[in-house]
Design a protein around this ligand. Structure first.
Ligand code: PEP
Ligand code: MG
Length: 542
């Protein structure tokens, strides 16, 4: 038995087998074959099997994480079916009389290199995909397991996970996440919380843990490899207690978010896609305070159309049945990438061309999204929220564009609902001028993840800064207080949708500041409700 410590991202205990998620650099053996026709048949059969697996994975993923996140499997099937790739493998088998595995590995490497050298970002992005699909065919040929799909629930161990990788994992089969890199406010960490899955970062993950029994104790921040019987028994008991605590929390469903001295606030949830709405309702969320719409845009090959977006927003609005749904417009950039946008590589992407800056520079993308959101507003209670605001001029420009979209829809007799427009306060600039911004919008939602990164000048993605990163920093709390004061002075309601909103050690502080809404991951709704109900909103004198 070995123990390693890490940092907790989401509490809980998981017991199970480790699956190392990542590229295993196994060397594929080369050997001579006699019967080239037979070897080509082996390749063709393996390719057909791999395409069938990809189609199945795609269909499963559509159900679990939505079409937009499932699209990658379709792309892989298409790349694998490409004639040139097949020709290259067949040619190597015929001319060099080598085994199908080796011929596939060579073709995978060559195509990957070819893509990597291309000018175009989109094609460069396909380099890793070519390696992936070659590996998939080799796995079928050698009978090795498919790394992207697994039958029994597993603990995912990885060096690091990208948001696009995390959303593609089958939620029902993931017991826990353990990574070497990563940070508490990264989008992958946020996804782990949304998925309600125990997670640790900063664990010295090793590839050869793959297949070993392990425990993730995300209460104490410990990863235990090959646990002994006594440890297993003790952790199973903690798991049972967690279950009991979860059951007790269920009793808070249907209860008000009201403090001991009678102040009621709104408690909403953050979601990344349509598939998360079920968790909002089952945890009794009063609405959706942040729909990170950019997850519709990532993990695919082209911009989502207006119709595709409309269908998603409409489904969310209808499923929430009149409860508020705040859709944040595209916040792409930094760690959330979409190759097809062909954005230049930047030295400081978190400070770069991202979010609203892209939308204002490419109004056709922005207007398409706004049309889809406004059309969906006729089917529920929809609000729009704009990310990464830094100035009054930006907000005025945005309002001009959104008014233009509404006008066009009205001319075309397309019905829309009453839509509140708000902004995220996630840059120090926006917090400082929130008195002016409050006069332009219906609401503010404080994005403490970015507000912390920009105020403290600390990259939220940088694992090395974990020990310096202090979201409770007095500067952050003062900025939040300032934003609430400025918002209320102009009848603008103020919420918090960053991860700090779910920090129950600060719930009473936020209530005393006068925060009107907290939007948290679905799994945190009931714990935060519990905290609100034992808090006092009125600030004590002295
Ligand atoms: C934030 O910055 O706090 C926020 C909610 O937005 P995101 O985490 O998606 O950047
Ligand atoms: Mg943000």
């Amino acid at each position: 038995m070995q123990k390693f410590s890490g940092k907790t991202i989401f509490k809980g205990v998981a017991i199970g087998k480790v699956m190392f998620y990542g590229k295993k650099e196994e060397t594929v053996k080369r050997y001579k074959i006699e019967d080239t026709e037979k070897e080509i048949r082996r390749f063709e059969d393996a390719k057909a099997q791999a395409i069938e697996d990809l189609n199945r994975l795609h269909d499963d993923a559509v159900k679990k994480v939505g079409e937009e996140n499932a699209a990658i499997f379709e792309v892989h099937a298409m790349l694998l079916d490409d004639e040139d790739f097949g020709d290259s493998v067949r040619n190597s088998i015929e001319t060099q009389k080598i085994n199908a595995e080796y011929a596939t590995a060579i073709a995978g490497d060559n195509f990957s290199k070819m893509f990597a050298e291309m000018e175009d970002d989109y094609f460069r992005g396909r380099a890793a995909d070519m390696k992936d699909i070659a590996e998939r065919v080799i796995n079928v040929l050698t009978g090795a397991s498919d790394r992207a799909s697994f039958d029994e629930p597993v603990i995912i161990a990885a060096d690091d996970l990208l948001p696009s990788q995390t959303v593609q994992l089958d939620k029902d089969k993931v017991l826990a996440f353990v990574t070497r890199k990563g940070s508490s406010n990264s989008h992958t960490a946020i996804l782990a919380r949304t998925m309600n899955i125990p997670a640790l970062i900063g664990v010295p993950v090793e590839e050869d843990w793959d297949g070993h029994q392990a425990i993730v104790d995300a209460h104490s921040g410990t990863f235990i490899l090959d646990p002994d019987a006594e440890t297993l028994k003790a952790q199973a008991e903690i798991q049972r207690k967690d279950e009991e605590a979860r059951r007790l929390l269920q009793e808070l469903k249907g209860r008000e978010n009201t403090t001991l001295d009678g102040k009621t606030i709104n408690l909403y949830a953050n979601i990344g896609n349509l598939g998360d709405v079920g968790a909002v309702l089952s945890n009794d969320g009063g609405g959706i305070g942040l729909f990170r719409s950019e997850f519709i845009y990532i993990g695919r090959d082209e911009l989502p159309t207006e119709e595709e977006q409309f269908q998603i927003y409409k489904s969310v609005a209808e499923t929430m049945a009149g409860k508020k749904v705040i859709i944040r417009t595209l916040d792409i950039g930094a760690d959330k990438k979409a190759d097809y946008l062909h954005l230049d590589k930047e030295d400081n992407p978190a400070l770069g061309f991202r979010a609203i800056r892209i939308c204002l520079a490419r109004p056709e993308i922005f207007e398409t999204q706004l049309r889809a959101i406004y059309r969906a507003s006729a089917f529920g209670t929809v609000s729009i929220m704009y990310p990464m605001i830094t100035s009054v001029e930006e907000v005025k420009k945005i309002k001009e564009i959104s008014a233009g979209v509404r006008e066009k829809l009205a001319k075309a007799n397309i019905p829309i609902g009453r839509v509140e427009e708000g902004i995220m306060i996630e840059t120090p600039a926006a917090a400082v001028i929130s008195d002016e911004l409050a006069q332009l919008v219906d609401f503010f939602s404080i994005g403490t993840n970015d507000l912390t990164q920009y105020t403290l000048a600390m990259d939220r993605q940088n694992a090395k800064l974990e020990n310096f990163y202090n979201p409770h920093h007095e500067a952050i709390l003062r900025l939040i207080n300032l934003v609430v004061q400025n918002g209320h002075a102009h009848d603008t309601w103020v919420g918090i949708c960053g991860e700090l909103g779910a920090d129950t050690t600060l719930t009473e502080t936020f209530l005393q500041m006068g925060v009107d809404e907290l939007s948290v991951s679905p799994s945190m709704i009931l714990p935060v409700r519990k905290q609100i109900r034992s808090s006092i909103a009125k600030k004590q004198e002295g």
